[in-house]
Design a binder for this molecule. Structure first.
Ligand code: SAM
Length: 246
């Protein structure tokens, strides 16, 4: 049936794509993608000749009405990102929002997603988690963002670049306390690695060895019951809220 299909693609291992995803990519009228060179590789590998439309951060506002018109005319459009699940730190949210508002059909073909893959490999509690995406690159802003999460009783999942990994771990240690954590690297790829330990240990490791290769997800366990840092943060937060009301 026509409509917008949100299609997950691999995050590293080319075989991590579903049979249904391949069928929809083949049958669609068009594939909206971030980088046509990246998506062309995927399509070529599977002998798919569906035309591509570029849809990325910088042309999204201009392209959305075009895609909505085509969907409104009864076309089938698949949305993919360069890797993993579209909309997860990738474009697509506003397109879905506009489709919903316009009453156009939207569905998803689930598959690879780096945050969930890292979470399940981390060995940290998986019953409650908060995906926080990329935090700001500068330390002060990153600490402030982490501070907002300090009282959340859930495992926290972050994306981070390899260059900033050690600094981010040190900031998390400073703001969240010395929690159990994991650094998941090159997931589903040949050199997949998960390094587990306290935030202080992980920060020291990457400080000493320099930035690792590849793509990274940081997973930080929840605060321990009665955790000092979390309690302190709770006090700060209550204080800030009280001051706002004054
Ligand atoms: N939409 C994607 C998803 O569903 O996983 C995420 C896109 S986001 C722009 C890219 C970030 O995801 C990378 O900087 C890295 O933090 C993480 N990532 C993607 N693939 C990864 C992999 N194979 N191993 C570890 N992290 C990965």
């Amino acid at each position: 049936t026509p409509g917008l299909y949100l299609v997950a693609t691999p995050i590293g291992n080319a075989a991590d794509i579903t049979l249904r995803a391949l069928a929809v990519l083949r049958a669609a009228d068009a594939i909206a993608c971030e980088d046509t060179r990246v998506t062309r590789k995927l399509l070529t590998a599977h002998g798919i000749g569906t035309p591509m439309i570029s849809y990325h951060e910088h042309n999204a506002a201009r392209m959305r009405p075009v895609l909505l018109d085509r969907l409104g005319a009864g076309e089938t459009i698949a949305l993919v990102s360069d890797a993993g699940t579209p909309l997860i730190s990738d474009p697509g949210y506003k397109l879905v929002r506009d489709c919903v508002e316009a009453g156009l059909p939207v569905t998803t073909l689930p598959g690879a997603c780096a945050p969930v893959t890292a979470l399940v490999l981390s060995g940290l509690p998986s019953d409650r988690f908060l995906f926080a995406g990329f935090l700001p690159p500068k330390s002060a802003a990153r600490r402030a963002a982490a501070h907002e999460l300090a009282t959340v009783r859930a495992t926290l999942v972050f994306f981070e670049s390899k260059e900033r990994l050690a600094a981010a771990l040190a900031d998390f240690h400073a703001v969240l306390g010395d929690r159990e954590a994991a650094v998941a690297r090159e997931l589903t790829k040949m050199f997949e690695e998960v390094r587990r330990g306290r935030l202080s240990e992980l920060a020291a490791h990457y400080e000493e060895h320099g930035p690792p290769k590849g793509e990274i997800v940081i997973v930080v366990g929840p605060p321990a019951e009665g955790d000092g840092a979390a309690d302190e943060a709770a006090v700060d937060k209550a204080l800030a809220e009280a001051m706002e009301r004054m």
